[in-house]
Each structure stands twice: as C-alpha cells, then as structure tokens.
Design a protein. Structure first.
Length: 350
C-alpha cells in the first residue's frame, strides 16, 4: 500500500507503514532521504554465540518501540480542532502560501490568503487503529509489571520543531510525481503531525501512563517504571540503533549523530550517543543482555531496530503479541521478515 504523494522518489523507504492502510510515514514521505535498514536485501549475519537466545545472558532489556500518543488514532481523534496535527485539524482546509518545484525546491509562485487551500490529511497521519494500538499498549503494561526485566527502553519519534529546516511535501495538482517540476507545498511537520518537538504526541502512550503514572519522557531520559529502571530514547528514523552522522554548519563542521538522541528542538547535539552506546555504558551490551522487542509497527520500526540489534551481536526476542502494523497482513509480513533475516539470534514469543 503506497501512495505516490508520499513517495516522490518512488522507493519504499518509510518509517511507519500505512497507519490507516494506505500510505506510510517516513522521512522520504516527509521530504527527507534515509536508509531503510529492515528492507535491505541481505540476511542479518549471526555469530556463533547468538544461536541460543538465552545462552550466557545475565540481564534482560524490554525495548518498547514508538508506543506514543502520536501514533494512536483514538488519541488523534480526541484532540480539539485547533490542535495542530490532530485529526480535526488535518482534515480542515488550510491556505497555502507558495508553491515550489518538487526536485529543485525553487519557488514557483506566491498565493494570496485563501487563493489556494489544501487539507493536511494524508490518511496515514490519522494514526494506527485504536484497537490494534490498545492491544500493544496492554502488552507493554503487562511486560513492565510482571516481566523480569532489568531495564525498560522506550524509543519515541521526535522530529524537528515546527520552525526546523525539514518539511513535508503536499501535491497541489495532478502533475505526476515523476516530473521534477511538479508544484508542491512545503509544510512543517508540526502542522500535520504531533510527533515533532513541542508536539502533543511525543510522550509515551497515555494508555500506558494511565496504568503506570511514573512513565513519561517529560522528566528526562531516565526514570523508573514499576520499580524497573527506564531509558527514554529519541529518534527520527525507523532504526533505533541508527548511527548516521551529519557534518554541516549546524554541527560546527563536526560529525554529530543526525537521527537519534537529538536535543529538545529535534536537532543534532554534540554529546549525543547511539542506543548501543547507552546500553553498553549501563552494562547491557551485546555480551551482557538479551533484548525483548514490542511496539509499532512490526514491519518497519520494530523490524529495523531488532535486526540492527542482531547485527550488533545481541540475542533478541520478538514479543509478537506486543506488536502491530496497519493490518494483520503487514504484521505477518513483518514477523516473517524478522525471523528470516534475524536467523538463530531471534526467538519468537506469543
């Protein structure tokens, strides 16, 4: 399920696939080129010590991938019509200030107020089915309360603030996406999503927070949940173990992590650490811990993060009942992909 409006490059490189069964969310659909870890062709290499998931493991880590308000359709539908990124807001008409060429970004023309209007509703940004999402949240609560974990990691998407340089593209006419001069509107994330810096959908799901009030990323990167240590980790791509770096004016000409552990504005910061570095420094390196994965969506962020962990040498568990995708078919495809590419290092649990 893909809509060319969301993939002008014509490539299936997206972060969360088909929230409402149509178009995926990802940095390409937002106008940014990224590497898609889970969809690479080769099978993940596993080391000899990874053939038994529990062999030599002294600690257990629960990795909860992107179970946050901004991906819950019920949450988005509950927002008042003046909340940016909420369902009512994205389905309203909004004035376009200017049009730009798709490829070059050159301005084509300015519009008078009200002259050109569009909706910010791309279908996929309505969120994941509330029933599916609720089941995932319930499993997360169960695992936190009753699982024998030494650490709980919550990853959450946290895009650049509304005034950031990264924007999404919206079609303004029926010109094919293959035409580099196709006129588009360039819209800040914060107007059609809630997962950007300052957005109302960046916190851990309210479904989890209601059952476990101590759970929130609003009080910093560490905390406790049901007596277990927690780590909250920001990311902007599907792969929580991403280690891509940016060298630019805003990084002072130095190579800073670009897509993970960003600052409060969603921008790179000099002291950022990869998730592997954070885990290892806390005593949960590949030789010390087994990682158990649940979250959304199975075939994108969960798959990419899990498979990259395997590449780092981790033994992993996939909590299948704690994951979901836009529909059962995509969920099943994600599980199959994980098992095929993860090999002996992956244990599937119900």
């Amino acid at each position: 399920h893909r809509d060319d409006d969301e993939d002008p490059e014509g490539k299936a490189k997206h972060e969360h696939e088909s929230f409402a069964g149509l178009t995926p969310l990802g940095k390409v659909s937002l106008g940014i080129s990224i590497k898609e870890y889970a969809l690479r062709g080769k099978k993940t290499d596993t080391k000899e010590g990874q053939k038994d998931v529990t062999r030599g493991a002294k600690k257990k880590v629960l990795c909860i991938i992107d179970v946050q308000d901004g991906y819950d359709a019920d949450f988005l539908a509950s927002l008042p019509d003046d909340i940016l990124g909420g369902l009512a807001y994205i389905q309203d008409q909004h004035s376009v200030r200017a049009s730009f060429e798709l490829q070059s970004g050159r301005k084509i023309k300015d519009f008078k107020p009200g002259e050109k209007q569009i909706r910010y509703d791309k279908v996929w940004n309505r969120g994941l089915n509330g029933s599916f999402f609720g089941k995932v949240a319930d499993r997360c609560i169960q695992e936190i309360k009753h699982g024998s974990y030494d650490l709980v990691v919550f990853t959450y998407d946290y895009l650049e603030k509304q005034t950031g340089e990264e924007k999404g593209v919206f079609a303004l006419d029926d010109t094919p996406w293959t035409d580099p001069c196709k006129p588009v509107a360039r819209i800040s994330y914060g107007k059609y999503l809630t997962i950007n810096a300052g957005g109302v959908g960046t916190d851990i799901s309210q479904r989890i927070r209601k059952a476990l009030p101590e759970v929130t990323n609003a009080r910093g990167p560490e905390g406790l949940a049901s007596g277990k240590k927690t780590l909250y980790f920001r990311k902007q791509v599907d792969d929580a173990f991403n280690d891509d770096r940016e060298t630019s004016d805003r990084t002072m000409g130095e190579a800073w992590l670009d897509e993970v552990d960003v600052d409060d504005h969603g921008w790179p910061k000099p002291q950022a650490e990869t998730l592997l570095e954070k885990l290892t420094s806390r005593g949960f390196g590949p030789d010390e811990a087994v990682l158990s994965f649940c979250g959304v969506v199975t075939n994108r962020c969960v798959a990419s993060s899990l498979l990259h962990a395997v590449d780092h040498g981790y033994n992993v568990q996939l909590l299948e009942g704690g994951c979901c995708a836009a529909d059962e078919e995509q969920h099943a495809r994600g599980v199959t992909m994980i098992l095929e590419k993860g090999g002996h290092a992956v244990e599937k649990l119900s």
